[in-house]
Design a protein around this ligand. Structure first.
Ligand SMILES: [Zn+2]
Length: 64
């Protein structure tokens, strides 16, 4: 059983929660990301290998 992966749009005025299957992961040259289907904000992801499968986890971009 695979646990679903959730992403949260980092646009503070949006903040929509998405299941990983609801968004399209692309790589525009600066690492994987998805664009929020509602507000279009770019949200950085980090690729990780789990059990031989590449999964994308959300990268926290807020804070320092
Ligand atoms: Zn959004």
């Amino acid at each position: 059983m695979k646990k679903p992966i959730y992403y949260t749009c980092q646009n503070q005025s949006c903040g929509t929660r998405w299941e990983s299957t609801e968004v399209v992961v692309t790589n525009e040259g600066q690492g994987p990301l998805f664009r929020c289907p509602i507000c279009g904000a770019r949200n950085a992801l980090a690729a990780r290998e789990e059990d031989g499968v590449t999964v994308y986890r959300q990268r926290r971009t807020t804070g320092s």
